[in-house]
Design a protein around this ligand. Structure first.
Ligand code: BDP
Length: 748
């Protein structure tokens, strides 16, 4: 081959590589850590302010911080290796701890305010030059500060006169992965588990570090690696070595690993005859197990436990209380400073009370009985991650117990990865709900950040929506839920809109012509889902098992409290669950004045109407419409909002890269189809009961009720264990929340 044609060939090859790299770069893998060059109008001022990076830190965390800043600045400001060894001119970015750097120590920054994980970013004069300092008391604080600093550029904010002081309000900010050891994910809609247990510990995928970067960038400081419906095998040495490899990979990013512990592990992998928490041999087994875990992972975070819930083993199997069980584990972890996150998601069909009352009934009497390294982990609502629920009345009712909030970024009940539903607004709604536990202003946020009752061990946990999909979360907009979770765990009082704004700018585009409509779309998206799925306080109307499409007619699941009809209580006369004193009296679990407010149909917020009240179809709503007409209007409004979202998105084509634009376009089509299905199926069913006409101008369902009832989704994702025995949506379903059984043997 002649030299020229060789060179031409090479040039083509290089061009091709660059081209494919550029095309791939917009597949969503980068998440919000997308460091593409800023527009020309910003470049000069940013380069002048952030010309060179200077640090003295050398720890692994300091190294990844430096790598991130280099990656960020060289990408955003389009320059090579912006690193120096000292402050020689204006425009240095000095980052580190006072222990690393005499210059930082000499600045006398008010670092006392920011604790172990917070940071200060400030424009200062050091060594006679204009410098930006990113300082913290610990290396991980500096890392968080570095991400915050990069966000300033990513969102196109000025770099002069910086004075940012930030510290997390919540101590434990964890993602709970419901990942099984076989790689499937319970309620996962973005592929398989990112943790490849088969290849670990030898092969530590680069993706683990990218996962850790994403977590650290939003302040997440822990990951529970395995499903709450736990397999005891994870606690055996062979798996603990794998856990240790992940812990090593995550450690520089400030992320600790935690494990879900199966309560019956002493029997399954310990050879004991019992798992009774008061049995000395069982207690000794857990102590030895904890010691063993810390041998592999010296900074292991602790255990998450789902006990006596949906068939999982627990202390009540031995006539003991949840406190007995939690404290046994807490005692084993205590010498190593580990914590126990004990889930309050317990209910039983053997208990003849309204399901949503049971967690409160179970745990309020135990208030004050949990060790101080136990945190009670409570879902946002008293039922189960529904599109809308009032806050769980446990928040505020257990002043002597550490309380953690569990939310579900993975959208089990909100259309999986294909529906655009931004959950920031939902979490803000719960966090800002007033419990009145200590009078007005006693928000859920204040319960979980510890400020209301003075708890030190505070927690916010999110059920992860991360999987092996190239873009991590399945849907582009699902990334926003991971992002919002981290931001709210750091500061539960942060506004969901500001978070959405940052996410859009960092992830999609900074062009205001696009940012404004996208944020507006996100902000309205959750209400849209509530409307087309479960308006006016309805809940749990989803099909059995998969929880995807509508199934308000389902009445044949083995347990009554797993049937949608249990929750809608619809019949010829009316609809809704009476939770006032004439019904289950769940209202009594709320502090005054909420109990009264929810008891009186006239003061109950319309959004919770059917959650608390059973009402005739002809009931006149605040809007002046009858309940039936109002319901139909809400369902329709939900569909219409999705239509509007489609129109908004279509106009954004010039601003979004083709790959992500196409995905969102297609997903919105799916969402629209589903929203229509939800509306039509729900209306068809309820109309079959009440026989009422639709309000004028509202279209009849497209199909008959029979058609909707015949639909089946046997292979809907996120429902491991169910696919082996497909079932029809309306018939034969036997188990709504099938959890994998522990298999104590494994051939690997
Ligand atoms: C339900 C899920 C089920 C979980 C359960 C839980 O359907 O898969 O195991 O929550 O939180 O929403 O334990």
């Amino acid at each position: 081959m002649k030299a020229t044609s060789y060179l031409r060939g090479l040039a083509v090859l290089i061009a091709l590589c660059c081209f494919s790299a550029a095309a791939q770069a917009e597949d969503g893998y980068e998440l919000w850590l997308r460091y593409h060059p800023v527009e020309k109008q910003w470049l000069g001022q940013y380069r002048a302010a952030a010309d060179v990076l200077v640090t003295a830190g050398t720890s692994p965390t300091a190294q990844v911080t430096r790598e991130e800043l280099v990656r960020g600045l060289s990408g955003l400001l389009d320059r090579k290796e912006p690193v120096g060894d000292s402050i020689r001119r204006d425009g240095a970015v000095l980052f580190g701890t006072p222990a690393d750097s005499k210059t930082i120590a000499g600045l006398n920054l008010p670092l006392g305010q920011v604790g172990g994980e917070g940071y200060i970013i400030r424009s200062v004069v050091a060594k006679g030059h204009k410098v930006i300092v990113i300082a913290a008391n610990s290396d991980v604080g500096v890392l968080y500060g570095a991400f915050r600093f990069l966000r300033q550029i990513q969102t196109r904010q000025p770099l002069d006169k910086l004075d940012i002081v930030s510290a997390p309000k919540v101590k434990y900010r964890l993602l709970d992965h419901w990942d099984n050891l076989d790689g499937t994910i319970e309620r996962g809609y973005a592929g398989f588990s990112i943790f490849n247990w088969w290849e670990l510990p030898e092969y530590v995928k680069p993706r683990y570090m990218d996962y850790a970067r994403a977590d650290a960038s939003i302040g997440i400081n822990g990951a529970v690696l395995n499903n709450v419906a736990a397999n005891a095998l994870i606690l055996t040495p062979r798996y603990l070595k794998k856990v240790a490899a992940l812990a090593d990979a995550f450690r520089p990013y400030g992320i600790k690993v935690y494990l879900s512990a199966r309560f019956s592990a002493p029997i399954e992998i310990g050879g004991l005859k019992t798992a009774d928490p008061l049995d000395p041999a069982v207690r000794a087994w857990w102590k030895a197990k904890a010691d063993e875990i810390y041998h592999y992972v010296p900074d292991f975070g602790g255990f998450l436990v789902k006990a006596n819930s949906e068939g999982q083993p627990g202390p009540q199997d031995y006539g003991r209380t949840h406190a007995d069980g939690a404290n046994m584990l807490a005692e084993a972890l205590k010498p190593h400073h580990g914590i126990v996150m004990w889930r309050a998601f317990v209910y039983s069909d053997k208990v003849p009370t309204d399901r949503i009352k049971q967690a409160y009934d179970e745990f309020v009497p135990l208030d004050g009985k949990f060790d101080d390294n136990v945190i009670l982990q409570v879902k946002n609502g008293p039922l189960d991650f529904q599109p809308r629920e009032p806050f769980s009345p446990l928040f505020g009712a257990t002043p002597k117990t550490n309380m953690g909030l569990e939310v579900q970024p993975t959208k089990e009940y909100l259309g999986f990865e294909t529906h655009l539903v931004y959950l920031g607004t939902m979490w803000q709604e719960v966090l800002q709900s007033d419990t009145y536990a200590r009078g007005p202003g006693s928000t859920v946020a204040k319960v979980i950040d510890g400020s209301l009752f003075g708890n030190k061990n505070t927690l916010m946990a999110g059920v992860a929506n991360v999987g092996t999909d190239r873009n991590w979360c399945g849907g582009t907009f699902d990334q926003a839920n991971w992002y919002a979770f981290g931001r709210l765990a750091w500061n539960p009082d942060q506004s969901a809109e500001e978070i959405a704004n940052d996410w859009v700018r960092m992830t999609l585009t900074t062009n205001p012509a696009a940012v404004t409509p996208i944020v507006a779309m996100m902000m309205g998206s959750r209400e849209a889902a509530v409307n087309y799925m479960t308006p006016l306080g309805l809940a749990h109307q989803m099909g059995t098992g998969h929880h995807y499409g509508p199934g308000p007619w389902i009445d044949n699941v083995g347990r009554p409290d797993w049937n949608p009809v249990y929750y809608n209580k619809a019949d010829k006369g009316g609809i809704g669950f009476d939770r006032t004193p004439t019904g289950s009296n769940a209202v009594a679990q709320y502090a005054p004045p909420l109990d009264k407010e929810f008891t009186d149909v006239n003061t109950t917020p319309q959004k919770f109407l059917l959650w608390f009240h059973h009402l005739p179809w002809t009931y006149e709503m605040k809007s002046g419409h009858t309940l039936w007409d109002g319901l139909v209007m809400h369902y329709t409004q939900g569909v219409n909002t999705v239509t509007d979202m489609q129109a908004t998105w279509a106009n954004l084509k010039p601003y979004i890269d083709p790959e992500r634009f196409a995905q969102v376009t297609a997903f919105l089509e799916i969402q629209h189809r589903d929203a229509q299905l939800w509306r039509d199926a729900s209306i068809a069913y309820f109309q079959s009961l009440n026989g009422l006409p639709l309000p004028a101008g509202y279209a009849a369902p497209e199909h008959t009720l029979d058609y909707y009832e015949s639909l089946a989704f046997p292979y809907a994702p996120g429902n491991p264990g169910m696919t082996a025995a497909p079932f029809v949506n309306s018939a034969k379903a036997t188990h709504m929340d099938m959890a994998p059984k522990a298999t104590p043997t494994d051939a690997h």
